[in-house]
Design a protein. Structure first.
Length: 236
């Protein structure tokens, strides 16, 4: 049976695992690392969150683990439930509780998460990006050419980016656009800080465009293989 894996934050209950009966000995950070190592064997993880038990319960921790793939979450639940894993006592692992009445709005992954998911399914050399246009939209250059500039007038640096995510194996490309703005006061912050904020605005615009391009991709997992559904994209 096919499974769809979008470039969106996983909110479905069948992609979420609840893990409890975690020992009170290790720190929350140590448990986080152990859980990440153990469960990432079954697939790419979106997040691992560790919480202390409620005050009315016995000392210890529980965790919420989110996978990008429901199939991976099911495999992890079956393999890890009532197993000792990295501690002396067994843990309990269950799939998240379903709430049919609650509909979550799909949230886009940030650019780093998109690249992580793309690397996992396509491989590091299976995709690339090409910047088509990176343009400044702010009027800073215009103000520099004016004879009179208010000494305390605050400005902002705004950049627009258009790029493509290229998938050579599928002979297609996915376009994306992004706009980023950084407030700046050149007279107060100095030329070096101004230059750094300019670079930051450019970087954020590229990141937003990259995330936007990935939103048009949908991974279709078929057993051990997968396909890519491309919505409204252009072929190379």
């Amino acid at each position: 049976m096919a499974e769809l894996v979008p470039f969106a934050v996983p909110t479905e209950s069948d992609k979420t695992l609840l893990v409890w009966e975690l020992s009170s000995g290790p720190t929350a950070e140590a448990l986080h690392n152990s859980l990440f190592t153990e469960f990432s064997q079954f697939g790419l993880l979106y997040s691992v969150r560790v919480f202390p038990n409620a005050a009315v319960a016995r000392p210890g921790f529980y965790a919420i683990i989110k996978f990008y793939s429901a199939r991976d979450a099911h495999r992890a639940q079956k393999a890890c439930d009532r197993k000792q894993l990295f501690q002396k006592s067994p843990v309990k692992v269950r799939l998240g509780t379903r709430h049919k009445a609650v509909q979550h709005q799909a949230l886009a992954l940030n650019s780093f998460q998109c690249q992580e998911l793309a690397n996992y399914y396509f491989g590091f050399n299976g995709w690339s990006k090409r910047i088509i246009k990176l343009q400044e939209l702010s009027d800073h250059e215009k103000r520099e050419n004016e004879d009179i500039v208010a000494p305390l007038q605050k400005q902002s640096l705004k950049f627009f980016c258009a790029l493509e995510v290229l998938l050579p194996s599928y002979a297609c490309r996915s376009p994306g656009v992004g706009v980023a703005e950084e407030p700046v006061h050149e007279l107060e912050e100095g030329p070096l800080a101004f230059l750094m904020k300019r670079k930051t605005a450019q970087k954020f615009a590229i990141q937003k465009a990259l995330s936007d391009a990935f939103q048009k991709l949908l991974i279709v997992v078929l057993g051990k293989t997968f396909l890519i559904v491309l919505e409204g994209l252009q072929f190379l």
